[in-house]
Write a protein that binds this ligand. Structure first.
Ligand code: C2E
Ligand code: CA
Ligand code: CA
Ligand code: CA
Length: 277
């Protein structure tokens, strides 16, 4: 037990101390990781059920720490957000993704799009729009080939700023996907008013779609409503053929998941994509 100076007692928990230390040291290491090339982007293809082909891929960051090994993205993205390092890291991810897809399409004579996750703090940064435009210019990527994946937390922070920013991107022909749909407070009725092009339905809904009537009903509803208001619907986390067939029968546009492919390195990606060329 320690005194914290205000005549209150704090319980000293060694495991908590360890967690705080890990966080502090990861925060330090993350700054170096970008320079030392410990960070790498993996790509998970997205399959278009109507065209029966892959139409793009999502970039997902990987950190292989020299001492601690693989650090899951949810852990260090959170750390990056808390230290504002997310701005630099986010720009790095965006530039690398845009450059990658630009070169990939040139080399393979393909027309894949890249989807890039954008953290709410990164999106709300006042220089974000400028950074995106600079990156598009530097890489020469046509904005139609870029999709920014955002989460609904951005609308909770500031509806006005979020609308303004997303409308700006829409005017520049950059696609916007609402990620993890269904996990928060987002309702189907407000989807219509958002400046977005795509809805990504969270994995949790598809997990038991083959066995649970309620999950089936929910997915069916989301797909039909998204379609009726002109949004593209992507379902994440599809792992089985059964799930795929159900989603196809519900007229879902696109799916992403281990059934087709896990996220893979840039070297493995052509092998995955070639299967449906
Ligand atoms: P997310 O954007 O929802 O990404 C989907 C996650 O589900 C990825 O995990 C992906 O590998 C995993 N996944 C895809 N298909 C399946 C499947 O069929 N089954 C299962 N069990 N999992 C599947 P990952 O790569 O570990 O990323 C976790 C989260 O970390 C992401 O969730 C995203 O929120 C964040 N993240 C990852 N990369 C980035 C990035 O470059 N920038 C930002 N801001 N966040 C990122
Ligand atoms: Ca995502
Ligand atoms: Ca997601
Ligand atoms: Ca998620």
């Amino acid at each position: 037990v320690k005194m914290n100076g205000k005549n209150n007692f704090m319980i000293f928990d060694p495991s908590m101390n360890e967690a705080i230390q890990r966080k502090a040291s990861l925060q330090q290491d993350l700054k170096l990781a970008m320079k030392n090339e410990e960070l790498e982007l993996y790509y998970q293809p997205k399959f278009d059920l109507e065209l029966n082909r892959y139409d793009g891929m999502e970039a997902l960051i990987r950190w292989n720490h020299p001492v601690r090994g693989f650090i899951p993205p949810f852990e260090f993205i959170k750390i990056a957000e808390e230290s504002n390092l997310i701005v630099e890291l986010g720009n790095w991810i965006l530039e690398k993704s845009c450059r990658f897809i630009m070169e990939y399409n040139q080399v393979h004579h393909s027309d894949y799009c890249v989807s890039v996750n954008v953290s709410t703090i990164q999106l709300l940064n006042e220089d974000f729009e400028k950074s995106v435009l600079n990156i598009l210019e530097a890489t020469g990527l046509n904005p139609d080939y870029l999709e920014l994946e955002i989460t609904e937390t951005v609308f909770m922070h500031s509806m006005d700023i979020a609308y303004e920013k997303l409308n700006f991107f829409r005017e520049k022909h950059i696609n916007i996907a609402l990620d993890d749909f269904g996990t928060g407070y987002s309702s189907l009725t407000y989807l219509k008013s958002l400046p977005i092009t795509t809805v990504k339905l969270d994995k949790s809904f598809v997990d038991d779609i083959a066995y649970n009537d309620i999950s089936f009903e929910v997915v069916d509803n989301v797909i039909q409503i998204a379609r009726s208001i002109g949004l593209t619907i992507v379902v994440e986390g599809v792992e089985t053929k059964e799930q795929l067939q159900i989603l196809k029968s519900l007229r879902c546009h696109k799916i992403q998941g281990y059934y087709f492919s896990k996220p893979v390195s840039d070297l493995e990606l052509p092998l995955v994509l070639d299967q449906y060329e």
